[in-house]
Design a protein. Structure first.
Ligand SMILES: Cc1ncc(COP(=O)(O)O)c(C=O)c1O
Length: 361
């Protein structure tokens, strides 16, 4: 029979979904399993977002506002950019797809670090583009090497800052040097999903490049500190013409009505954001301290997760942790078979994780 699937699609490994938490509990006969695998906010959504959704739920017979008018207006004010500089997506995942669909021709290349967020490579392969892979250096994006990897065929560069799964960041100065050299025929995507967790003051303010009219797209999301991962909503900030081009491929109703109202409320809930950030800082210090005591190495993180070097099979340890009701992410699919990535949780979750880890190793 004739092969129906496009050849390039066969190169893509489907993204492996985790099992539903209830199913894990049922299979293992455990209660109150804790998911520390997907870098979600352990405090849950902002109470204000929950209330906004309650009020909006009876309107779900209507299509959502395809322009996301109110949310875009609030984001424009929050970021001090124009509404025409913003695009919303069904998670920033969808915006990554839209970027590649809009800008990458079949024979063009995207420069991507490895290991970095896996969705960039999938999006590029779907469009039959080529990924030019540049290894991390000291677990961090090597912007010098990435700059050198840019050639006549390069259209996109993806920089996850901080990076997932390592939690490391590139500084203002490193990004500045990179941006000074980059060709103006290349679009640089700064994926800042964990932006709100950053406390270092040398983090680059990449939206300034947008204001300067550079070929830059900055991505952020409501899935992490805002605690709305299940609603799927994120945004991109770029020059007006780039946004206009991306809107040509955007599905008309790509963000749903509950996500829009929840995001609007969450954006304004400063208290929830501050609490989430502070519990993350405390949790991080606690986990570092305990790992130090156990003589386990880890990569210091700017985000809400920690990459841990177990120096033994990460998958086997993950399975043992799962028996104790702790779900973490083994890192084999990122080419780091001896590592796990754990999301920083509440105090109780972090304690439970450390206790289980100590027993598992
Ligand atoms: C670096 C990075 N970018 C993007 C995303 C996707 O976020 P969203 O839920 O907005 O699609 C993630 C999620 O884990 C991430 O780690």
């Amino acid at each position: 029979m004739k092969q129906l699937v496009r050849e390039n699609i066969l190169e893509i490994e489907p993204y492996p979904p985790g099992k539903p938490i209830k199913e894990v509990e049922r299979e293992l006969g455990i209660k109150e399993a804790v998911k520390m695998a997907s870098n979600e906010n352990p405090l849950g959504p902002s109470p204000k977002a929950l209330e906004a959704m309650r009020q909006a739920i009876s309107d779900t017979n209507l299509y959502p506002d395809g322009s996301a008018y109110y949310l875009k207006r609030a984001l424009a004010e929050h970021l001090n950019v124009g509404e025409e500089n913003i695009i919303l997506g069904n998670g920033s995942d969808e915006i990554i797809r839209m970027i590649v669909e809009t800008f990458l021709n079949e024979d063009e290349e995207a420069v991507i670090a490895q290991p970095a967020f896996i969705i960039y490579q999938i999006a590029v392969k779907v469009m039959n583009g080529k990924c030019r892979i540049v290894n991390l250096r000291n677990f961090t994006h090597d912007l010098v090497a990435m700059g050198k990897a840019v050639n006549d065929k390069t259209k996109l560069v993806f920089i996850a800052n901080p990076n997932n799964p390592t939690g490391t960041m590139v500084s203002d100065e490193e990004v500045g040097t990179f941006m000074n050299k980059i060709s103006d025929e290349v679009i640089v995507v700064f994926d800042e999903a964990y932006y709100e967790y950053i406390i270092r003051d040398d983090f680059p303010q990449t939206i300034n490049y947008v204001r300067q009219g550079r070929n830059v797209i900055t991505l952020r999301t409501f899935s992490k500190i805002y605690g709305l991962a299940g609603l799927r909503i994120g945004y991109g900030v770029a020059r007006e013409d780039l946004i206009r081009d991306m809107n040509r491929v955007r599905q008309p109703f790509n963000t749903n009505c509950l996500a829009q109202v929840a995001a609007l409320a969450a954006l304004k809930d400063k208290e929830h954001i501050e609490r989430s950030s502070s519990i993350n800082r405390e949790g991080k210090d606690f986990i570092y301290e305990e790992l130090d005591k156990l003589k386990i190495s880890y990569v210091p993180s700017e985000a809400n997760f920690i990459l841990i070097d177990l120096k033994q099979d990460g998958k086997a340890i993950s399975q043992k942790l799962m028996q104790e009701g702790i779900i973490v992410r083994p890192m084999g699919m990122y080419g780091l078979p001896d590592f796990i990535r754990v999301t920083i949780g509440t105090i109780q979750q972090n304690e439970k994780f450390i206790k289980a880890l100590e027993e598992a190793i």
